[in-house]
Structure formats: C-alpha cells, structure tokens
Design a protein around this ligand. Structure first.
Ligand code: PLP
Length: 380
C-alpha cells in the first residue's frame, strides 16, 4: 500500500542521492590518522588535568538530573558551573542549557515575539535560524557581514522590539563578525544584540572568553551564547549576561523548562574544562598561530580559504562532487576532513572544512599540505 508521507521520504532520498547530497552517519572508526572533523579545538578530551579533575568532581555520582531543573536540581554543580561561566565571561550571571542548540532556540523564542523584528546574518548557525522561526518574529537576513545591508534593513523597520543576532566566528567560514559595527548599529537603532560565541570561546580574547572580549564590545552586547561542546569538549550550552535576562529565561525558555537537566558527570566534566580554560587562556593563541601557518601555506599554493582568520579553515571546492572527491582522497591517505555541502553551505560554495586543533602537530600539517598539492597535480 502506498502511504504518501512515506513515499515522499523515499523520493527525498532519491533526490539527495542523485545530487550527491545524501548524508550518512559515519561508522565509528578507531583508526590512527589525522582528524580535522571535530570541534574540540583545544583537544581537552586528551588532557589529564581536565579528565582527572572531572573524575574528582563527579566522585561516585554519575547519574542524571532526573527531572527538569525547575522541578529538581539533583546536582550541586549547576550553580558552580554557572558561577564559573559568568566570571569567565565577566557577566553578572549565566544559565546552562542542555546544548548550544537548545540555548539558541530557547533564548530567541523566549525573548522575541510576533512583534519583534529579528536581523540575522545570512550565515548564522541553523540553531539561530530555528530560534527565529519558532519565535514567530519577522525575520530579516542580512548579507554575510554586510553592515550597509544591515543598516538598510534596520532603517526600514518600524518595530519597537528589535534584535540583531550573529555568530561571532562563523562555523563553516572561520571568519569573524564585525562586532564593533554591529554594536554601533544596535545602539543607533535601539536594538538588543545577541551573539553566539560557539567557535570563539576558549580561543579569542585575553581570557579566552571570545570575540566580545577581543573587540571590547561588552557594553554593546546584551545576550551571549556559548557551547560547552566545542573548545571545552563537553556537552551543554549557556547564556551569559544580566540577572534580569537570566530570570526571564528561567521563566520562559522552553528547552530549559520542559527538558531534563544534564547528568552530574557531564556537569563535572564541563566545570573542569571551563576551569582549565580560565587557567590556561593563552592556549587559544597557540592554536591560532598554528592555523595561520596552515592557511598561509594553502593560500600560497593557490587554494581558496575564503575569509577565514581563525582555527576553522574552509577550502573551496566549488561543487558537491569536487568536495566529496577531495575529502575521499584525503581519507584514503589517512586524513579525515569532511566535505561540507548544501544546505549547510550555499550551492557553489561547497568546501572541505579543516577544523584545526591542538592535537594536530606541525608534521601533520606538512603531510596534509603535501597531500593537497598532490591532489591538485592529479587534477591537472
Ligand atoms: C555557531 C553554533 N552555535 C550553536 C551550535 C550548537 O551547539 P551544540 O553542538 O552544543 O548544540 C553550533 C554547533 O555546531 C554552532 O556551530
């Protein structure tokens, strides 16, 4: 019997297959090799200072929170982690969510309503876009990093409630948002400003708290989001900002209210990782220098690394087929560097994404660089 809804799923699969866009979960592999696929930029999963401190904090309590945090807070570590995070960010308060995705969707949905105009960089992460859709607000996407376009959209808005939202470091492009200009426009148009520091926290700024710190834009940013799943190598997302906003979120952010809290063991790991980053704020600079050497070498041999200026280095392939072919060639030679295709990136901007981390040494970089050149010669 034909069931139209299920038939449509099958058609979707066939279409994706024919356009080289079918996604598959990669099998677990414990192969030696050079891995650029993760976002654990500081490689803290291999840092015994973090894992031993996490084990001490967890002691014999590995269990879950067993209910929404609003019903029961079985773990005392939420408060410690939020205090540590607020201090790290130099903010009055922080609030931990179950993931960065939950933080973005929950916060945007809570603070915006149908009367809100939301101004969103075109390359913002999907969780920001989903939050905008869920909020029911009018949602305007400005061209990536284009302040003229943002200003035009702001000038045309008659809404009283306005929010500008941007990633600080863009996850697929590795470039930085023009935060000073965004904050200036925010002030001028009486807009709240929200930033997602997922790929900047742990790396940028004197205390490695992110691009807000690096650019000194603390006064112009009202809502800061971060995730504990990237540089911290844990799990969870967070808000940092005023106590007023935190209290509002506790009352209105649905993923916080209607979902069970994180297990004690995860909170212990997160707390150990944030403490480590606060005690070692310069490791991010070492990472950026390493990434810079790699990017310069790639660019010098003709690869297009777009506007990347951080540890995320895209290499433009120009089509899904090219991106898959290059990624497969690297894989055959022991290098895991994923092909990124639509809808994650626009058509024509398909790429390889090198996520450089501290576990990669200079010998690895030289080897990858040699392989990239070998591939280029094979294409001629
Ligand atoms: C910019 C950005 N924000 C939020 C998220 C979601 O974070 P999490 O993986 O903790 O859900 C990601 C994840 O890729 C991201 O790149």
């Amino acid at each position: 019997m034909s069931i139209p809804l299920l038939d449509a799923l099958y058609e979707d699969k066939l279409r994706r297959q024919s356009e080289s866009l079918l996604r598959k979960l990669p099998p677990h592999r414990n192969e030696p090799g050079i891995d650029f696929s993760g976002n654990s930029y500081l490689s803290l999963q291999n840092c015994t200072l973090v894992t031993e401190e996490a084990a001490r904090l967890a002691e014999d309590k590995l269990s879950g929170n067993m209910a929404s945090r609003l019903i029961s807070q079985a773990s005392p570590l939420y408060e410690e982690l939020e205090k540590e995070t607020a201090d790290w960010k130099g903010c009055e308060s922080a609030l931990v969510f179950n993931s960065g995705y939950a933080a973005n969707t929950g916060i945007i949905q809570a603070v915006c309503n149908r009367g809100t105009d939301i101004f969103c960089d075109k390359l913002n992460h999907a969780s920001i876009i989903d939050g905008c859709i869920l909020s029911g607000g009018h949602f305007f996407r400005y061209r990536h990093g284009d302040m003229k376009h943002l200003k035009t959209l702001l000038s045309a808005s008659a809404a009283r409630r306005k929010l500008i939202v941007t990633d600080t470091v863009f996850s697929m492009d590795g470039d930085r948002a023009p935060l000073e200009d965004i904050c200036e426009l925010g002030r001028r148009f009486k807009c709240a400003v929200m930033v997602d520091e997922a790929h900047a926290a742990g790396i940028l700024g004197k205390n490695a708290s992110g691009l807000v710190e690096e650019t000194g834009t603390e006064d112009g940013v009202h809502i800061r989001i971060g995730t504990l799943s990237k540089a911290a190598a844990g799990l969870g997302g967070f808000f940092a900002g005023s106590k007023l906003i935190k209290d509002f979120l506790v009352n209105n952010a649905r993923p916080l209210i209607y979902s069970t809290g994180l297990p004690h063991s995860v909170l212990a790991y997160n707390l150990a990782a944030v403490r480590y980053i606060r005690n070692n704020p310069t490791v991010g600079k070492t990472l950026l220098e390493k990434a810079d050497r790699f990017r310069k070498a790639l660019e010098a041999s003709g690869w297009d690394c777009m506007d990347s200026s951080t540890q995320i280095i895209p290499v433009l392939a120009g089509s899904a087929e090219n991106a898959l072919r290059l990624s497969a060639f690297l894989k055959q030679n022991g290098v895991n560097a994923p092909a990124i295709r639509p809808p994650t990136v626009p058509k024509g901007k398909e790429r390889i994404r090198f996520s450089v981390h501290l576990g990669i040494d200079d010998k690895d970089i030289e080897q990858v660089f040699r392989l990239m050149n070998q591939y280029r010669l094979m294409q001629k």
